[in-house]
Design a binder for this molecule. Sequence first.
Ligand code: NAD
Ligand code: DAU
Length: 366
Amino acid sequence: MSMTDQPLRADRDPAGLTLWVTGGAGFIGSNFIHRHIAAHSETRFIVVDCLTYAGNPANLAGVDDLPNFAFRRLDIGDAAAVDAAADEDRPDWIIHFAAESHVDRSIHGPAAFVRTNVVGTFNLLETARRLWGQAGGHFHHVSTDEVYGSLGDSGLFYETTPYDPSSPYSATKAASDHLVRAHHRTYGLPVTITNCSNNYGPRHYPEKLIPLMILNCLNRKPLPVYGQGLNVRDWLFVDDHCDAIWEVACRGRIGETYNIGGDCELRNIDVLHRLIRVVAEETNAAVSKLEDLITFVPDRPGHDLRYAMDFSKLHHELGWSPKETFESGLRKTVQWYLANPEWVADIQSGEYRNWVDRQYGGRVKP
Ligand code: NAD
Ligand code: DAU
């Protein structure tokens, strides 16, 4: 049977199964656990994470005491360790979030991206192949719109758009997507892939645009905009992404790729103006004082101009569309950062500070 002959809505029920959620201590992975674990008490969720600077056990507070939750500290770059852990846990499904995820870090140090995103994904695929053989199992791979490269002023990315990654990050995610597809076509591994646009929401590590700008507004620090702030991203609230992943993992067609997007294209400078307004309203601050913090800094090398997703396949086959608007999602996000000063303080006292000094030290004068 060719992949396009596969039946639509191939339901897979995770009740009674064990899921490995790799990268489940990071931003999207932890939100995925918060979003789905309580409603699926008959499914065992094992977070598999080595806890890099971006992995934070505090992201799992409130769910880590549930009886169907477990945590396994594991580096997916270590093939033998992945194999041994899989033999103990016997996961039925692997939902694969773990990655080095920050484009700017990939420019400073690409090696870690090759190791985790390419070798780590390969290790998981090989373990899954050995564990599951021809019988069952499911591997869902979480990927990004950045594999498609950059759009001009018009057009959209489709699942059929040729890959054209610009950064070491997106090149390694592209490589991982190819490996996942190859394991399906060559070995029959049951896989699905999603490629999603920019997420924002609670527990987002403050090296990325939206959480960085929220915290710098709150701390009255410069708001560093790359170039002229004209680059366009398509924003999606993280819960919407987590729902889409769940739908595709349970009902997506095996071997298929689904684009996920927010239908919310914004220039970076416009994101910032809207964010400033929400922070000002939530903290009784003057908009003009926050606007004064905007600081244009040299552009990111190889900076993709524009991303925009066609997600009609996901919408038509599985009925998914984003629920949150940018306005409501952004307000929830700002409120979460205001309500969680301890989470913020713990991050700012550690690795985050070192990164900010390396990335912006010579360019933004506080
Ligand atoms: P994140 O950086 O917040 O979290 C990554 C997690 O992976 C961390 O918990 C980290 O400890 C873990 N990890 C890293 N290397 C590991 C290793 N070698 N072994 C085990 N664990 C390891 O990332 P995120 O923003 O939550 O992204 C999750 C996934 O979603 C990634 O695959 C990313 O490419 C994809 N994605 C992200 C976005 C976005 O806007 N953030 C959009 C589309 C797709
Ligand atoms: O598109 C999906 C991707 O979105 C994910 O695959 C990545 O994991 C995720 O990090 C994100 O990548 P981006 O590079 O788009 O996100 P980032 O938040 O780093 O930057 C968003 C835009 O804002 C981008 O055009 C660069 C710009 N920017 C970013 C930072 C950190 C600034 O202008 N100033 C900044 O300080």
